[in-house]
Design a protein around this ligand. Structure first.
Ligand code: NAD
Ligand code: MG
Length: 422
């Protein structure tokens, strides 16, 4: 494991309700942070939480770097407000505009993939990895290699190069703090000192917007229908992943890298209310869960303050209003992506990277209306079959191997998507 909550503060010496004085107000948490992908859904929530915690005096936060891909207007607005040392825009052609917009502000700017890497290299002690997709892998690895605490939203990093990333965190003595709500939930109740006393991890899933749709209707679903998530407001790519339930497949692989529980003992359970964010079952039958309103500022706050806690602006749960929590097994027929992810995980090696890259291409084609909804799973399955014939490498031992598997799968997926559209 790259990190465990060992350095959590000792249990309070005074028991609750003992009649003794309440503990003193904790000192504000001090962090120097970078937000990679600051203009996305997670990035915006992160900066919102930073504002909230700073205004309350709960946190003393300085921002080292912010990055975006193309959203120049929002990046400039964030830079003016949050005064980072450095801002980077991924799209090289927007570099001069970024520089002009921030001229005289005393903020350094950069453009292109090298500038994103520079943002990850600067000495923030806490880095929010919130770039979407495998594009986030190299900067996240860079931040991990210098020992920063990585608040990991970008699950695709772990899917395509999980061993490299967890090894980099371990070697540098940093921390990997999962932001994904399910993994954050498990992280909060997982006994890292006694993993062999854990019998099961249960990843909960909302079931997405098509949970109750018949298969024929799903096959014709439009991008607008697929991104209309019932409980969470998220970026387009993860919203489509929730609709296909590939999101839960990617999360299964993510969990297998973060927690030392054999992947066969990680289960997926549909829980439409998204109140229980995941569960850990122990050998004695006890099940520990983390619950909360579906608001990413709660898991982000838990990683920002970790191992402490800070107030977040998320709504607190009103159980009388929630009134019922329901559960159902995912339907393997309508959601084949879960099976594809499980197979890729069991095969290991480059297969998870191939699954991820094929899915990224297929989702982008679907969002561009160049592929039908049912085609997303079909393209991923075809690419996995073709990769098997090409003898995909047994293990991803280097960044180059991860990038090569990713590039090969993208090429195969573009071909498969074009063939299906023809
Ligand atoms: P988003 O699409 O809203 O934002 C993505 C961010 O990445 C933007 O800032 C964008 O500018 C940047 N970006 C995109 N492509 C890039 C590239 N090639 N190079 C550099 N930067 C690039 O996505 P999101 O919903 O915020 O999700 C971000 C990550 O967090 C994803 O991996 C997602 O799976 C994960 N996640 C999101 C949520 C959520 O609630 N949104 C929940 C759990 C996990
Ligand atoms: Mg999740």
């Amino acid at each position: 494991m790259p990190m465990t909550p060992h350095d959590a503060p000792p249990v309070a010496a005074t028991a609750p309700n003992s009649g003794k004085a309440a503990p003193k107000q904790a000192a504000p948490i001090a962090r120097k942070i970078a937000v990679l992908g600051s203009t996305g859904s997670i990035g915006v929530n992160t900066l919102d939480l930073v504002d909230f915690a700073s205004a309350r005096g709960d946190a003393d936060i300085s921002i080292e770097a912010l990055t975006a891909h193309r959203n120049l207007a929002l990046l400039v607005e964030q830079a003016r407000k949050h005064r980072p040392e450095f801002v980077a825009i991924g799209d090289e052609t927007l570099g001069p505009d970024l520089k002009d917009a921030l001229a005289g502000e005393g903020i350094e700017t950069g453009a292109g993939p090298r500038a994103i890497m520079e943002a990850a290299s600067r000495d923030a002690d806490w880095v929010m990895a919130a770039i979407v997709g495998a594009a986030g892998l190299e900067p996240t690895l860079r931040a991990a290699e210098r020992g920063a605490a990585i608040a990991l939203a970008n699950k695709e990093c772990l899917v395509c190069a999980g061993d490299l990333l967890t090894e980099a965190v371990r070697a540098a003595g940093g921390a990997l703090l999962p932001v994904d709500s399910e993994h954050n939930a498990i992280f909060q109740v997982y006994d890292f000192d006694r993993p062999n006393r854990i019998s099961r991890l249960i990843l909960t899933a909302s079931g997405g917007p098509f949970r109750t749709w018949p298969k024929e209707k799903m096959a014709r679903a439009t991008p607008a229908e697929a991104v209309a998530h019932p409980n969470w407001s998220m970026g387009a790519k993860i919203s489509v992943d929730s609709a296909t339930m590939m999101n839960k497949g990617l999360e299964l692989i993510e969990a297998a890298h973060i927690f030392p529980t054999p992947h066969e003992r990680i289960e997926i359970l549909v829980h439409p209310q998204s109140v229980i964010h995941s569960m850990v079952e122990y050998v004695d039958g006890s099940v520990l869960a983390q619950l909360g309103a579906p608001d990413m500022r709660t898991p982000i706050a838990s990683t920002l303050a970790w191992p402490d806690r800070i107030e977040s602006p998320s709504a607190k749960l009103d159980f009388a209003e929630v009134s019922e929590l329901t559960f159902e097994a995912p339907d393997p027929d309508r959601f084949p992506c879960i099976r594809l992810a499980r197979e890729a995980l069991a095969r290991g090696g480059a297969y998870p990277a191939i699954l991820n890259a094929a899915n990224e291409v297929a989702v982008a084609a679907f969002l561009d209306q160049a592929l039908d909804f049912a085609g997303v799973a079909t393209v991923v399955e075809l690419v996995l079959e073709k990769a098997e014939r090409l003898n995909a490498p047994g293990r991803i031992a280097s960044l180059d191997e991860a990038l090569e598997a990713d590039a090969t799968a993208r090429r195969l997926a573009r071909e498969a998507a074009a063939e299906r559209a023809a």
